[in-house]
Design a protein around this ligand. Structure first.
Ligand SMILES: Nc1ncnc2c1ncn2[C@@H]1O[C@H](COP(=O)(O)OP(=O)(O)OP(=O)(O)O)[C@@H](O)[C@H]1O
Ligand SMILES: [Mg+2]
Length: 411
């Protein structure tokens, strides 16, 4: 799949931008704060319905949006996506309808209003950013999100289960707090009240868990291959899902080899029995102690924990391998080639690894949007054929690639 047109209004530094995206993609260079990351952020938002960096989504709305005409501030991103046989139009508007109101997110697919969850995955992307180092160094939530973002793009059932699970968890936790505060417990009443929430939570949780376990199994092989191709040291990178639910090795093997329906029911039984076992603890603490919301993904290099023992360079190469592995999984499960977004990742690597990454990208057959502050990093085999633009605070200027002075032509 590929983007053919991209429109931004009042998005970060871009007050208005209409961009025809070439089939192969674009190289984007520009000084710091020129709008490179913002452009990729907008594309990522169209794919996932979330910003990869904004802690609050209202941050993406241009500071002066609406002020001239006294209208409510908003940001709009829209694109046309070309699939194998058809096109789709996606649009996201974020609006602050009045001062106190929460941010409203309106999503349209082919001109018709849709829920955000129903638009995720229409455009598929894989984003590489220097922040990916947090996959190794950050808290488990970063790694859970790494799994969730891809699984949500390739499996809409997963995304729905995830959003329901989040709501159920909140409701169950507040019930646990309420029941835990009542003393002495009436055991029967407690069980009766929790039964419904447990059952709902287990159904969704088991789906999430089964899919994550199966996905990580495939990802592990793919990441090892990609890492070997980039690093060529013979050390194997390994990814291992670490569930909070009690899951003996034999059961884990059955979950990855059985049908999805069977896998889900194996995991559901394990979750149910742990919820029972932890009942008193959960009531005392007022939180759900087991389930996919507390799990982690371990990243190993040569059998050792990469966060503790890897060099910074190895960690960077490992996360790039994890992103390339994500790409292979999207292609294998959906048959579609996602758009690759690479934000300033080359400058973090030594020349040899830069070269290997460029050649991996060149061979991926995907549309690529890649940024750098230094144009020279983009002027190399593997990428040199991509059209070039310079980002200049809120606009993009086409550059004739044959012009070594880098002088911009009109446009
Ligand atoms: N809501 C907003 N309204 C207007 N401008 C904004 C908004 N949010 C961010 N900016 C500005 O947008 C500019 C571009 O930021 P961006 O992160 O896209 O730059 P960049 O080219 O990726 O820079 P770097 O090379 O430093 O990573 C920054 O100067 C920032 O202050
Ligand atoms: Mg940037």
């Amino acid at each position: 799949m590929r983007l053919t047109d991209l429109h931004l209004e009042e998005f970060r530094t871009y007050r208005r931008l209409a961009l025809t995206v070439p089939p192969a993609g674009l190289r984007i260079f520009g000084r710091n704060a020129s709008g490179k990351t913002s452009l990729l952020e907008a594309v990522y938002l169209l794919a996932t319905m979330r910003s990869p960096r904004a802690s609050s989504e209202r941050e993406v709305i241009h500071w002066e949006s609406g002020t001239e005409l006294g209208l409510p501030p908003y940001a709009r991103v829209a694109a046309t996506v070309r699939h194998n046989r058809h096109e789709s139009a996606i649009e996201v508007v974020l609006a602050l309808e009045d001062e106190q109101a929460a941010l409203r997110k309106r999503v349209k697919l082919d001109g018709r209003p849709r829920r955000a969850v129903d638009a995720v995955g229409t455009l598929k992307v894989v984003l590489f950013t220097p922040d990916d180092l947090n996959l190794v160094l950050g808290p488990p939530s970063v790694r859970r999100r790494y799994l969730d973002v891809t699984l949500s793009q390739i499996d809409s059932t997963y995304l729905h289960a995830l959003s329901q699970y989040g709501r159920l968890l909140e409701q169950r936790n507040s019930l646990l707090k309420e029941l835990g505060a009542r003393r002495p417990h009436d055991e029967r009443a407690v069980e009766d009240q929790l039964a419904y929430w447990d059952a709902e939570l287990v159904t969704r949780g088991a789906y999430l868990l089964a899919q994550r376990l199966r996905y990580v199994q495939r990802l592990d092989d793919a990441a090892a291959r990609e890492f070997e191709a980039l690093a060529r040291t013979g050390d194997r990178i390994g990814l291992r899902y670490e569930p909070t639910v009690t899951l003996p090795e034999t059961l884990r093997e059955r979950v990855v080899s059985a049908t999805l329906v069977d896998a889900q029911s194996f995991v559901a039984r394990a979750l149910e029995s742990d919820l029972h076992r932890l009942r008193q603890d959960e009531l005392r603490r007022g939180v759900t102690l087991v389930g996919p919301h507390r799990d982690d993904l371990r990243i190993l290099l040569g059998g050792h924990d990469l966060s503790a023992f890897g060099s910074r360079g190895q960690q960077r190469i490992a996360v790039i391998a994890m992103r390339l592995a994500e790409l292979t999984q999207v292609v294998e499960t959906t048959g579609e080639r996602p758009v690759l977004l690479l934000d300033d990742v080359l400058s973090e690597l030594d020349p040899e690894h830069q070269e290997r990454l460029r050649s991996a990208l060149g061979g991926a057959g995907c549309q690529i949007l890649i940024t750098a502050t230094d144009r020279a990093l983009l002027d190399r085999p593997g990428l040199a054929a991509l059209p070039l633009v310079e980002a200049r605070r809120g606009e993009l200027v086409w550059v004739d690639a044959d012009d070594p002075s880098g002088r911009a032509n009109s446009g």
